[in-house]
Design a protein around this ligand. Structure first.
Ligand SMILES: [Zn+2]
Length: 468
């Protein structure tokens, strides 16, 4: 018998982690961090059944923190086995985990200083979950996997990675498992991308699954069309160029920043906008862009052609990268029009904060929100249309123009998820579990798949043992 136990992303979208057990082997598929809730620290632990010593391998689908963010915890507790992933996932996970460790370390130092000032003891629970050296060790245990090439990850378990088109290096994983003399194919979809994401190949659904664990992030809706989104983006830029305005784009450093640059390059190439100055004001996005360049072999045809010809570099000739804080501050002295891409994506920290403070009361400035904004974030408040904000100790009226662009998601919409499922189900109807989606989203997807394919999908909860 094979038992699969989700330890996260069951009825929610973060904390992806599955313990997969057979008579002979015990592996983890992803071991991600819970994010976005104040109680998450208490949940970012190693569950009791996941004993560091008897886990034989970790199979990692991609480098986002909600899929790899608890791995350094496991390593800190003594896990020294392999962590299988694509090379691009290793490179991006290195950046993402290092950043997470750095944030935890500096938060801890700040709390320590505050406690010292007040003559208190530092609360032990405030200690960082892990530190940079734990991340270094974790990354050193990563073993490269190539798409389409079988790799034996544990006795009786062979994995094949398929491109999931969600971020560079992302994968859906087929596990060929021995089960009491029989063979079973257990497929973890990982996060699936929409078709036509810049740079990335379209997702490649596995040809067959006996058991399928399918993500359902957008199981209940479709995205705004990319062409409408790009049209809106273009008109914002044209308006800023005409009025010599400034455009600020809070952005996630990995994936979204490169996607936006790709679209800007295309607009410049087609003569729709002039080659105005573009500042990539994020050391993390600059490092991630270097990883993209290192892995041109993973690009889709369009991006391969553009990079081979050097076209995209010519298009982006007005791009300037800001590594140091001084370079970032120097943007304050620049005259518009220009575009700044800076973190963080939800306007909760990072260099976007000083740009916001300096420009939010200027009616000629534009803030372009291009991604999901969590509840309680400053990004969400801007989207909701607040009149005033407090930022870095200042109260400021919101006079800048705030735009929300809805079509840039790196996740498959409902229609894409159904197509992906249909391709897998052609090889035979699998036992189906829906995870990595809030309950509303996965219930709608369950009902839709039931109507279309007469399949019953299960909606597992945290730590439920699924015997398959
Ligand atoms: Zn992801």
């Amino acid at each position: 018998m094979i038992t699969i136990t989700p330890y996260g992303a069951a009825g929610e979208v973060t904390g992806s982690a599955y313990l997969v057990e057979t008579e002979n082997s015990k592996i983890l598929v992803d071991f991600g961090m819970f994010q976005g809730d104040k109680d998450d620290d208490a949940r970012n632990v190693i569950p009791g059944r996941v004993h560091r010593m008897d886990i034989e391998a970790v199979v990692l689908t991609h480098g986002h923190l909600d899929h790899c963010g608890r791995l350094p915890l496991l390593v800190r507790e003594g896990y020294r086995g392999p962590i299988y992933c694509t090379e691009a996932t290793r490179d991006l996970a290195d950046i993402i985990l290092s950043d997470a460790a750095h944030i935890q370390e500096s938060d801890f130092e700040r709390r320590q200083r505050r406690a010292l000032r007040k003559g208190h003891k530092v609360n032990r629970n405030d200690a960082p979950l892990y530190q940079s050296d734990d991340v270094e060790q974790t990354v050193s245990q990563m073993v490269d996997v190539i798409y389409g090439e079988p790799v034996v990850v544990a006795p009786g378990i062979t994995a094949i990675y398929r491109d999931a088109g969600h971020m560079l290096g992302s994968a859906s994983v087929e596990l060929y498992m021995d089960d009491e003399g029989a063979k079973k194919v257990v497929v973890f979809s990982g996060d699936i991308g929409p078709p036509n994401l810049p740079y990335l190949r379209d997702p490649e659904p596995p040809a067959k699954a006996d058991v399928l664990i399918l993500e359902s992030t957008y199981g209940d809706r479709n995205h705004k069309s990319l062409s409408d989104t790009l049209e809106e983006f273009e008109s914002i830029i044209k308006d800023a160029v005409e009025k010599k305005g400034k455009i600020f784009i809070p952005s996630f450093a990995i994936g979204r920043a490169q996607q936006i640059l790709f679209h800007l390059a295309e607009m410049i190439r087609k003569g729709r906008i002039p080659a105005l100055p573009i500042f990539l004001d994020s050391p993390m996005a600059i490092r991630a862009s270097a990883v993209y360049r290192k892995h041109e072999e993973l690009f889709d045809q369009e991006a391969t052609k553009l990079t081979d010809e050097g076209t995209i570099y010519h298009d982006l000739r007005s791009l300037r990268t800001c590594v140091t804080a001084d370079e970032s501050r120097a943007i304050n002295d620049e005259k518009g029009p220009f575009i700044v891409i800076a973190g963080s994506g939800m306007v909760t920290a990072g260099r976007i904060m000083h740009h916001l403070r300096n420009n939010i009361d200027d009616p000629k400035s534009h803030f372009v929100i291009s991604g999901y904004q969590g509840r309680g974030t400053l990004g969400r408040r801007l989207v909701d249309g607040v009149d005033n904000i407090s930022i870095m100790g200042d109260h400021k009226p919101v006079r800048a123009q705030i735009h929300t662009l809805g079509g840039f998601s790196a996740h498959a919409g409902q229609v894409d998820l159904v197509k992906w499922y249909e391709a897998v189900a052609l090889g035979g109807m699998p036992t189906l579990f829906l995870t990595h989606g809030e309950d509303d989203a996965r219930t709608v997807l369950r009902d839709l798949l039931s109507d279309m394919f007469s399949v019953h999908a299960y909606l597992p909860v945290y730590s439920e043992h699924l015997e398959v």
